[in-house]
Ligand binder design. Sequence first.
Ligand SMILES: *[C@@H]1O[C@H](CO)[C@@H](O)[C@H](O)[C@H]1NC(C)=O
Ligand SMILES: *[C@@H]1O[C@H](CO)[C@@H](O)[C@H](O)[C@H]1NC(C)=O
Ligand SMILES: *[C@@H]1O[C@H](CO)[C@@H](O)[C@H](O)[C@H]1NC(C)=O
Ligand SMILES: *[C@@H]1O[C@H](CO)[C@@H](O)[C@H](O)[C@H]1NC(C)=O
Ligand SMILES: *[C@@H]1O[C@H](CO)[C@@H](O)[C@H](O)[C@H]1NC(C)=O
Ligand SMILES: *[C@@H]1O[C@H](CO)[C@@H](O)[C@H](O)[C@H]1NC(C)=O
Ligand SMILES: *[C@@H]1O[C@H](CO)[C@@H](O)[C@H](O)[C@H]1NC(C)=O
Ligand SMILES: *[C@@H]1O[C@H](CO)[C@@H](O)[C@H](O)[C@H]1NC(C)=O
Length: 616
Amino acid sequence: MRALVLLCVIAGLLGSSLSNRNCPDLIVDSCHCSAERSKQLSRQHVRVRVVCDDVELMDTLQPSFLPNRTVSLNLSNNKISLLRNGSFYGLAVLEKLDLKNNLISTVEPGAFRGLHALRRLDLSNNRIGCVLPEMFLDLGSVSKLNLSGNIFSTLTVGIFTHLVALKVLHFSTETLFCDCQLKWLLLWARGNSLRIGNDTVCVFPTHLHGLEFHNLREHQLRCDGPLEMPLFQLIPSQRQVVFRGDRLPLQCTASYLDPSVELRWRHNRRMVTTHEDRGVYVEDTLIHDCCLITSEVILSNIELGLGGIWECLVTSSRGNTSLQMEIVVLETSAPYCPTDRVTNNKGDFRWPKTLAGILTFLPCAPATFGSAPHPSGSIAHPSSQKGKKAWRSCDRNGRWGEEDYTQCPYASELTRVLHELTQITVNTTNAQPLGQQLVAFTSRAAHFTDVMDVIFVTHLVERLTRLVGKRKDLGDYISDIASNMMLVEEHVLWMAQNEARACTRIVQCVERIADLSLTGDNQVISKVSANIALEAFLIRPSNFLGLSCMALQRPPSSATSPLPDGHSNFDKEKIKDGDAEGESLLNFKCHTVNNSGSPASQLSKLGETNRPVMQQ
Ligand SMILES: *[C@@H]1O[C@H](CO)[C@@H](O)[C@H](O)[C@H]1NC(C)=O
Ligand SMILES: *[C@@H]1O[C@H](CO)[C@@H](O)[C@H](O)[C@H]1NC(C)=O
Ligand SMILES: *[C@@H]1O[C@H](CO)[C@@H](O)[C@H](O)[C@H]1NC(C)=O
Ligand SMILES: *[C@@H]1O[C@H](CO)[C@@H](O)[C@H](O)[C@H]1NC(C)=O
Ligand SMILES: *[C@@H]1O[C@H](CO)[C@@H](O)[C@H](O)[C@H]1NC(C)=O
Ligand SMILES: *[C@@H]1O[C@H](CO)[C@@H](O)[C@H](O)[C@H]1NC(C)=O
Ligand SMILES: *[C@@H]1O[C@H](CO)[C@@H](O)[C@H](O)[C@H]1NC(C)=O
Ligand SMILES: *[C@@H]1O[C@H](CO)[C@@H](O)[C@H](O)[C@H]1NC(C)=O
């Protein structure tokens, strides 16, 4: 054990002394130098490798501090941002240079001057946008070059003229644009037997996305497609609410795809130019790193007139595109809309004090389980109400204006469930359970408080009615539901009638049951619910003559209509279902029947006898 520790210490000492001996002038402690001698054992053939990996270097090492026999220099994973002219001058035998994963954005012409022996250069994962031929001066021996992970989207003609020995090239970037501007490289690679790495894939245009560049055909590299921008942004992108007199710069950045790309500004659809009197300054357009174009407009002293839509417009030979944002300018003494509380069928909303001219949002109120009964077999209401909002606008004068609660769910669970049911497509399979469910829900109709409950039931009854022809049993449900609905409080019915003619529509549905269920083999129908009785006969005019009579049983005198005899009353001729053996009176109604009319008109006349009547 002790021997092992000792050995390690010795090895450590040996290592550091070796390092010192190989790189006597190197001041950066964290660099590691290793040397190996070739067979000749002559001083000339010592090969030194220097690794300064991940040591927070901000700059390249002074070449004079490195052994002039350095064959490999690894500066990867540092924070180098600039390569100056002659950064490695003097390293005449350097063969490998690894600069990957730095922050290099500028490579000065002549940066690699003197590296005549260099064979591999890795510049990947940096921020190089401009790739110029002078960058590669003296690199006549380089056979492998990795430019992947930089920010350029194209490479211009002739940039590799100094790289006469280049055999393998990688240049995949997140914005690589495979268009006519790269056609030369395809041809040049073929002509110079240059291999382009199969990891170099197109990102733009969309129709070439993911294709390996080396597999492309010349005719696929075109510039006439629709305009696509790898990057296009306007800052700020969201609406800005500012006070009169404020300062606000707007900055627009777009990909500089080719020299035809220009940026312009529009305000409320009019071109913007510098207007010192109004405090509007349009700055010169700048091109950054050969691949981005930016423009800035500074609003230094915002007047009311500068409010509205601001737009950054890209024009190019490939087409135009634009981005917009809105500026709302407030008077410094802008009024406020007061706090306000709104309670409606979507819940309870407390609107905060809000500046004039602002649209304000509130999250939908958490579902409250109000007065509505818990419906049997209720559908789980969606828990995904997150992010749903109501909005209300405060106008310029500080008065509450337009508002919208449509995104919010109904506060009452019954209303919510009915609303969800209206979203379901009713077919012959689900109609029967739906009818049952509605009969159950409406059995508590006396507690309905929301107009929407009545309106939703009306919708559903209409949908069920459409299927009565296919499923006779639906008629019973509809008649029961209609009967139940007569128990809804009068003012609620009245509002539903006003808003959606709900009562009229329910009555029409009940009437239609007869039309739909009387067929050849079904000549008589009779439906009796608590508050509605419906009798219908199929009568053939040819074999019918005389009187049609009907016996109506009056309920005991105390049982009057559940609704006062007002505007929305049902007909007095209601048949109470129940015990016929009592002492109640039988009431006959007879009509002469006109043979000459159509069967349908006769039917409707008969139907009228017992039709519940609701005013419209
Ligand atoms: C390397 O430096 C040594 C002295 O430090 C010098 O003798 C030698 O000539 C240099 N070699 C080259 C190739 O510059
Ligand atoms: C440089 O160092 C990094 C990290 O240790 C390593 O991944 C890379 O292969 C090295 N480069 C060369 C050329 O050896
Ligand atoms: C780089 O520096 C050398 C020496 O100072 C100079 O001769 C050369 O012109 C420079 N190259 C460029 C491209 O600036
Ligand atoms: C080139 O660089 C990219 C990014 O660092 C890397 O994924 C790729 O493997 C490199 N290619 C070669 C051949 O070194
Ligand atoms: C890409 O090339 C490498 C080596 O050059 C090879 O191993 C790999 O299978 C190739 N990948 C594809 C998808 O062709
Ligand atoms: C693009 O904008 C320029 C300048 O406003 C205009 O002349 C040109 O017609 C526009 N092109 C398209 C395709 O809209
Ligand atoms: C009725 O609709 C349900 C879904 O809403 C569906 O599963 C069923 O197959 C439909 N039945 C018919 C007969 O269309
Ligand atoms: C019978 O119906 C026809 C056509 O609808 C009408 O012209 C005629 O006056 C009716 N007769 C009676 C007695 O109501």
